[in-house]
Design a protein around this ligand. Structure first.
Ligand code: MN
Length: 615
C-alpha cells in the first residue's frame, strides 16, 4: 500500500515518482527540495503560490535546466531500465540525505554506513527499528467521542493476515506484537504470515523460531504461508485469505502498528452488515525516525493512473458533525477488513494482477457496482475510531520497475470495469489505447465476473460514488509533443513550482504528458484527479511568452489559451496569432528553447489521437 500524504509541491513529486524507479524518486525529491530551498520566493505548501509569469527570470530558468541536465543520465538509465551502478555517488548522496536529515547525527561513520545500507534495502530505517521496543506504545489518536462508545461483547472473530517480502524482522514482529496487544484476545482467532518468497534466509529462520515459540503456548495461533516463487502482493493477500478460518479477515502490510480499540468499531460494522468492506484510518510511521505522524481523517480514492490517494471526507459526513461516524469511501488504500465468505462471493481480488497496485481500486469499484437486487451490493468505508500507523517507505523494494506493473494492473481495471472511461487510464499513463504493446494478461474471467454480479456501468460509479473524480471527455489527443526540428526533444512542464514550459530530452513520463482538447486547450503535465485538485496546467500566451497557468484561472481571466493545432502542422494561438516554435539558443544545452513568434510553418506532432477524432 502506497498512499502518501504530500504537500502541494510533493504531490507533483508523487506524480513524477509514479513513473520512475526508486533511486530516481529520491533524486527527484532531493532535487525539488534543493530547488525549493534555493528559491525563497517559492511557497511549498499553500494554495497561494505566486504567479510570477510576468517576470521572465532567465537566470533562474538556466539554473533549473542545469539541474535537470544533471539528472539526464539518471533519466536515461531509467528509460533503458538499467539499474544504477553500485557506488553511484549521486544515489548514495541522496539516500544519505533522505535518511540523515532528521536522524542519526550522533552515529559514528561505521554505523552510518550500516544504517544507510539497510535503508537502501528496506526503504525505511530498519537500523533504528531494530533498536526500538517491539512493544512500544503509540499515541491514541482517535477523535473525541470514540473512547465513550461501547460495543457488544459478541463480535465476530478475525484472522489477521500480514503479507511481506524481504521485510525487516523487527518491523514484522512489531506488527505482530501490536496486533496481539491491542486486539481483545477472544476476537483474535489467528495470525497468518504470508512470506512472498523473501530471499533472506535469516529472516525466515528467525521468524520461524518466533512462530514455533508462540504456537507452543497457543497451538496454531500463527500460521506461515510461504510462496516458493514471488507472486506479488495481490496473490499474497489471496493466499492469506485461503489459509484463514475466522468469519472476518483483515488484510494488512507487515509494517504497521495497531493502537488501542482498533478492532471493535470495524468488527461491529461488519457484524451489522456483512457487505461492508472496512478500512481503518491511517497515520504515518515516519520512515526515518519512526515517529508517528497524525493524519487527518480521510476517505480513500484514486487518480486516473489508479494510484491511491487520500480524499477529504464527503460533505454528508461533515454535516453530521460526528467525528466517529464511518466515512463512505470510493475505494481502498489496500489494507482492509472484510467478511471472509462475502469476499469469496464477490470474487476476492484480481489474481491476474502482478506484483503491486490496482487491486484496491478494482475491489472498491466492484463492490459498489454489484447490482443490489442480484447480490447484496456492498459498501466501502473508513472507520475514524480505528487507527493504525503504517510505514510509508521512502522507496519500495519490490522491483526495479514497479510503475510498469502498476500500469499493467491499471489497464486491466480499465478494460474490465471502466467502459468508455477506460480512455482516461490510457491517457494518464500516456499509452495508446490500441496496440499499446502492453500485455495485460487474460481478463475473460474478470469480465465474466462482472457479468455474473450484474454490475452497473462505471458512469454510475462516477456519478454516485466518486463524484469528486474529474473527467476529461473533451480530450481528443494526448501523448508527448514534438517538433520536427528536434524530434528528440519534448515539451515538458519543467519544475512544478515554476510556470515556464521547457524542452527536454523525451522520456514520456508525467511532466511531458500533453493533452489537446476539443475546446482547443493544450494541457501540459499530469491530469488533476479530483475537483479538489485544481491544478491542471494550460499553455497560455502571456505577453508573447509561453507560460503554464492553471486552466481554470486562465480561462476565468479570459487569457489567451486557445490554440489551433493540426497533427503535423503548427500550434497557433487563436487570439495573438503567434505560433509556439523552437528558436535556437546558445544559452541552453539542447540548442533550442520554446518561444511564441510569427508563424514560420514549424511542424508539431502529438503521439496519440483518441479513436473517433480527427486532428
Ligand atoms: Mn505499505
Amino acid at each position: 500500500m502506497a498512499c502518501t500524504r504530500r504537500t502541494k509541491t510533493l504531490v507533483s513529486t508523487c506524480v513524477i515518482l509514479s513513473g520512475m524507479t526508486n533511486i530516481l524518486c529520491l533524486l527527484y525529491v532531493g532535487w525539488i527540495t534543493n530547488y525549493v530551498s534555493n528559491n525563497g520566493n517559492v511557497k511549498v505548501a499553500g494554495r497561494t503560490r505566486e504567479k510570477k509569469f510576468d517576470d521572465d527570470n532567465r537566470g533562474e530558468t538556466l539554473k533549473i535546466i542545469e539541474r535537470l541536465d544533471r539528472l539526464e543520465s539518471v533519466v536515461n538509465q531509467h528509460i533503458q531500465e538499467k539499474p544504477l551502478k553500485d557506488g553511484d555517488d549521486t544515489a548514495d548522496q541522496s539516500l544519505s540525505d533522505s535518511l540523515f536529515a532528521h536522524w542519526g547525527h550522533d552515529l559514528g561513520p561505521e554505523s552510518r554506513k550500516v544504517a544507510l545500507k539497510k535503508f537502501q534495502y528496506y526503504g525505511y530505517n530498519s537500523y533504528l527499528s531494530d533498536r526500538l521496543s517491539l512493544d512500544r506504545a503509540i499515541p491514541d489518536l482517535r477523535p473525541d467521542g470514540c473512547r465513550n462508545i461501547s460495543y457488544p461483547s459478541s463480535l465476530p472473530q478475525v484472522s489477521i493476515i500480514f503479507i511481506f517480502v524481504n521485510e525487516a524482522l523487527s518491523v514484522i514482529l512489531r506488527s505482530v506484537h501490536s496486533v496481539i496487544h491491542w486486539t481483545p484476545s477472544h476476537l483474535l482467532k489467528e495470525i497468518i504470515l504470508v512470506d512472498d518468497n523473501s530471499n533472506n534466509a535469516e529472516l525466515s529462520e528467525h521468524l520461524q523460531r518466533f512462530v514455533d515459540e508462540t504456537n507452543q503456548q497457543r497451538p496454531d495461533f500463527i500460521k506461515v504461508v510461504r510462496h516458493d516463487r514471488q507472486e506479488g502482493l495481490i496473490r499474497s493477500r489471496v493466499s492469506g485469505w485461503r489459509a484463514a478460518t475466522a468469519p472476518v479477515v483483515a488484510l494488512f502490510d507487515a509494517h504497521v502498528e495497531f493502537s488501542v480499540g482498533w478492532a471493535e468499531p470495524i468488527l461491529h460494522r461488519i457484524k451489522e452488515d456483512r457487505t461492508r468492506v472496512v478500512s481503518p484510518s491511517f497515520d504515518n510511521i515516519k520512515y526515518d525516525t519512526f515517529e508517528i505522524e497524525e493524519y487527518p481523517l480521510s476517505a480513500q480514492g484514486f487518480d486516473w493512473e489508479l494510484w491511491c490517494r487520500y480524499l477529504n471526507p464527503p460533505k454528508s459526513w461533515w454535516t453530521q458533525k460526528n467525528q466517529t461516524a464511518p466515512i463512505r469511501s470510493p475505494a481502498l488504500i489496500g489494507c482492509f477488513v472484510v467478511d471472509r465468505e462475502y469476499f469469496r462471493e464477490i470474487g476476492l481480488l484480481d489474481e491476474g494482477m502482478e506484483v503491486y497496485g490496482g487491486e484496491n481500486v478494482e475491489l472498491g469499484i466492484r463492490v459498489r457496482e454489484i447490482h443490489p437486487v442480484w447480490l447484496c451490493g456492498g459498501s466501502v468505508e473508513v472507520m475514524p475510531c480505528s487507527r493504525i500507523a503504517h510505514i510509508e517507505r521512502a522507496h519500495k523494494p519490490y522491483t526495479e520497475d514497479l510503475a510498469n506493473h502498476v500500469r499493467r494492473n491499471a489497464l486491466r481495471v480499465a478494460e474490465v470495469w471502466m467502459d468508455e472511461f477506460k480512455s482516461h487510464v490510457y491517457m494518464a499513463w500516456n499509452v495508446p489505447q490500441q496496440d499499446s504493446g502492453i500485455d495485460i494478461g487474460d481478463i475473460r474471467e474478470r469480465k465474466a465476473l462482472r457479468e455474473r454480479l450484474r454490475c452497473k456501468p462505471f458512469s454510475w460509479f462516477l456519478k454516485n460514488i466518486y463524484s469528486e473524480m474529474r473527467t476529461y471527455t473533451e480530450t481528443i489527443a494526448y501523448g508527448v509533443l514534438r517538433n520536427s526540428l528536434r524530434p528528440d526533444l519534448c515539451v515538458d512542464q519543467g519544475p512544478h513550482s515554476d510556470n515556464i514550459p521547457i524542452l527536454y530530452i523525451c522520456h514520456g513520463l508525467t511532466p511531458q504528458n500533453v493533452y489537446y482538447t476539443s475546446s482547443q486547450q493544450l494541457h501540459v503535465g499530469g491530469l488533476s484527479p479530483t475537483i479538489d485538485d485544481d491544478d491542471n496546467k494550460c499553455l497560455v500566451d502571456v505577453n508573447g511568452r509561453p507560460r503554464l497557468l492553471e486552466c481554470s484561472y486562465a480561462s476565468n481571466k479570459h487569457m489567451k489559451l486557445s490554440w489551433l493545432f493540426t497533427q503535423g502542422g503548427s500550434i497557433e494561438n487563436r487570439k495573438s496569432k503567434h505560433c509556439l516554435e523552437l528558436v535556437e539558443s546558445t544559452q541552453v544545452d539542447h540548442g533550442y528553447q520554446l518561444a511564441l513568434q510569427q508563424c514560420s510553418s514549424q511542424k508539431w506532432t502529438i503521439t496519440n489521437i483518441l479513436p473517433g477524432n480527427v486532428l
